[in-house]
Design a protein around this ligand. Structure first.
Ligand code: CA
Ligand code: CA
Ligand code: CA
Ligand code: CA
Length: 339
């Protein structure tokens, strides 16, 4: 049975996409190793192996062995879809990264829908396996196919570069921060879900975001109620510059930063989250209402206190929620920072 028994903490975090990226990085750089229990195959009739054989899938024996925990009961739809998706990876299934990710996903004997979404983008570069293999000819098991420094997602969707040639990565790095990012529409790269073959989420990997995070700070003052209020600054200016008349809600953080930093709360809270996390704070997005209108903001754990970060403003959570905020997000957990 394939296990990574000596890395329980790593198994715990792999489900979190952003942290998962760090694991992917670590695996790509051989910072982690896979420890298989060397037990003999425990059953003569391994359900996964039987299924693979019956349907003529071309998975190597060690991958089948990693998948064995799924065969403890009958294979369900998601488990079968996982086998099919891995088969589509072809030779790329034979990489330490892919084996590491599937080991951690199947360890508990089943595949949840969120785990299956990770299978669909096995290198977690926010470009689905399918798009990498079928459209962009990038490596579905590597987040920076050309090793140039800009990840596949940002080469393809944010900056319209060539993800299989490292030369434009070098040019791009020289131009930061004066990048000319391209806008994308919701059907060619926008949105924050895994539908329509595309996985768009928070892109801390973007070199521009990393550059700006290094230049981000929170300036604290005391307001006339005696309350500590922070202003979120990036590169010397307030992080958010107001809302455009035609509110964009599906831009990546890079577009926002290269186009005047004007947008609605959805983009603002996503960029705040990316920058806060890049600064080293734990942070989550929160959905709800402000003065009765739908709104989104972030919470961040800053200097021992949970703060609300809303557009440019940072206040203690207690102080903020006494006022006009109302959380409507059904899965909001006020103790998220303790996890
Ligand atoms: Ca991918
Ligand atoms: Ca890739
Ligand atoms: Ca690249
Ligand atoms: Ca490139």
């Amino acid at each position: 049975m394939g296990r990574i028994g000596e890395h329980p903490a790593i198994i715990g975090v792999i489900l979190i996409l952003v942290v998962g990226a760090a694991v992917v990085y670590a695996v790509e750089n051989d910072l982690l190793t896979i420890n298989h229990d060397k037990a003999e195959p425990e059953s003569e009739n391994n359900v996964v192996a039987e299924y693979v054989e019956k349907h003529n899938y071309d998975l190597p024996p060690d991958v089948i062995e990693i998948l064995e925990p799924l065969g403890e009961n009958q294979l369900n739809g998601l488990e079968i879809d996982t086998i099919i998706e891995l088969d589509k990876l072809g030779e790329y299934v034979n990489t330490p990264l892919v084996k590491f990710v599937i080991s951690s996903l199947v360890e508990d004997g089943n595949i949840s829908i969120s785990e299956f979404n990770l299978v669909l983008d096995i290198d977690n570069d926010y470009v689905s396996n399918d798009l990498e293999l079928r459209i962009y000819e990038t490596n579905p098991a590597k987040l920076d196919t050309d090793d140039g420094g800009v990840d596949d997602f940002n080469e393809i969707f944010t900056y319209e570069m060539n993800a299989t040639n490292p030369e434009d990565d070098a040019d791009f790095m020289e131009r930061i921060p004066n990048v000319e990012a391209k806008h994308w529409g919701i059907w060619d790269g926008g949105g924050a879900d895994t539908s329509d073959d595309r996985v768009i989420t928070i892109s801390m990997r973007d070199p521009l975001i990393q550059y700006l995070a290094e230049r981000a700070e929170i300036i604290w003052q005391i307001d006339h109620y005696g309350q500590k209020i922070g202003t979120f600054i990036v590169d010397g200016e307030e992080i958010w510059n107001g809302t455009e008349p035609n509110e964009r809600t599906s831009d990546p953080p890079s577009y926002y930063f290269t186009h005047g930093r004007k947008s609605a709360c959805a983009v603002s809270s996503m960029t705040n989250l990316v920058i806060l996390r890049s600064m080293g704070y734990s942070a989550v997005m929160v959905g709800g209402e402000f003065s009765g209108t739908g709104h989104g903001w972030s919470e961040a754990f800053i200097d021992g206190e949970i703060c609300v970060v809303d557009f440019n403003y940072v206040t203690s959570r207690e102080y903020a929620y006494e006022r006009k905020y109302n959380i409507t997000q059904h899965d909001y957990n006020p103790d998220w920072y303790k996890e």
